[in-house]
Ligand binder design. Sequence first.
Ligand code: ADP
Ligand code: TPW
Ligand code: MG
Length: 578
Amino acid sequence: MSASVQSVAQPTEEDTSPALTDGFHLVIDALKLNDIKTIYGVPGIPITDLGRMAQAEGMRVISFRHEQHAGNAAAIAGFLTKKPGVCLTVSAPGFLNGLTALANATTNCFPMILISGSSEREIVDLQQGDYEEMDQLAIAKPLCKAAYRILHAEDIGIGVARAIRAACSGRPGGVYLDLPAKLFSQTMDAVAGEASLHKVIDPAPAQLPAPASIDRALEVLKGAERPLIIFGKGAAYAQADEDIRALVEKSGIPYLPMSMAKGLLPDTHPQSAGAARSLALKESDVVVMIGARLNWLLSHGKGKTWGTAPKKFIQIDIEPTEMDSNVEIAAPVVGDIGSCVAALLEGMGDNWAKPPSDWTNAIRTKVETNVARMAPKLQNNNVPMDYHGALGVLKTIMAEKTDTILVNEGANTLDFARSIIDIHKPRKRLDVGTWGVMGIGMGFAVAAAIETGCPVLAVEGDSAFGFSGMEIETICRYNLPVCVVVFNNNGIYRGTDTNPAGDDVAPTVFVKDSRYDMMMQAFGGVGVNATSPDELRRAVTEALASGKPTLVNAVIDPQAGTESGRIGNLNPQSVVKK
Ligand code: ADP
Ligand code: TPW
Ligand code: MG
């Protein structure tokens, strides 16, 4: 008999009634049976005891200060492990706070399950005003991949199984699981309860590409004179790291990593076209997309970014409807990346001709020129610091400590860090993703530390940090090896805006010279104010060596940034002159 059964009802010698289990224990047992070891959440009615009992039964229960960050933690746990991360919230307001993260996870194709307690169904459905009344299932449905409600204890096993499979099979995404309060205290025979649970068999089955689609792709690739491979975060997620490296090296094709695919091969790899992005996109004639979408981040596959040279696309994706989403795909390859890349490798045989050297040399020369031009800027010792001086320091540290996971958000802080800091191993860069959402920082940092045990360096704009800043208490509470560096330029994009019409400060500026490092000290962590690259280097090196929760307030010149970083062109322009 399992521990969970005993804690509900322990038969004595006189008591011959059958042992019982209940909804609480069935949910916990179902998660554990499926190797889900951690719950990220915020307690309250009706799920407080669920968290307590899960902890008592050996699960890790990580309590946050706000559900959005617990949700972001669950989402990135899913990305890092290929198993759905679980976020647990209370009803209506807690559910809504978690929903942003669920929608974001779905948008980014991260497997996650949001489990929310909900109020009395009969009262909710008659809209009679229950405590935290809300029809959560209906609200979640359009914002996630799948949404289910479990009404009976005997359905918990199948409900949890269904949620797991929906989250991680095919294109991964967010799943909502609605658990009404009454479910938790429903009882059933313990033996029948245990039999009702099951471990999901092959939750994300391999999806083999059609052989004809591989032949077609290789045919298109053979005709290429200026081929390019683009990796997206789907390729990082797939954990087909060895085959991906083999594909790049065997084919000899230059590659561009999207932001979270950086490190799939080290950014310093001789075939990386990262520092020659514009040239590579403009001049290529055949582009192999692997786990990346032709969305706004790639200018929808057309326009100036892509130049005038005619292009053919080969696209590998598990989601068939992704093909032809923006431009014609000459060779769609539908399947999971591991199977597709393996099939391509096999089809290439042993005598695959490398691309013409004038193309690969042109890319290489451009990369070397751009890297050499950047190098002196990264070594500047300016005070106050600019982005280059500060990020030059962090680039060196990341090159020495290649296991460190970089979390990154902001505008200038994001764009400069993405291009300056090399990533050396797969899944070591986590950021704002497809939506460019602010607020992922501390949630991602917590889960990255918990799921991998690796040190985490969170490079945060001061605005970006503010969205999840209270979670530094969570980082201190669980004593996580997280070093947060706040790039403090006194505001959003720049700290220098003025208000032409009144006393209020401009909408983009914050309190000048704030000391974010002192927030960390309030919770017993290490706080350091760094005004020069040398001070920054010392503080971050020490933080990563000690593993102590640390926040470095990096004082950045308020004039150094530009509006919206590199995507200022997306700002609508007013036509009215005042
Ligand atoms: P990026 O933002 O890095 O360009 P996207 O999020 O736009 O990446 O694209 C990721 C793509 O990867 C999605 O279209 C998704 O369907 C796909 N994908 C995710 N996991 C797999 C997998 N295991 N096999 C194949 N495709 C995958
Ligand atoms: C949920 C809009 C994009 S970038 C940014 C905001 C508010 C902050 C930029 O300032 P920061 O960086 O972080 O100080 P820096 O170095 O340029 O000064 N709300 C959400 N998501 C987004 N993307 C925004 C608002 C935004
Ligand atoms: Mg800022």
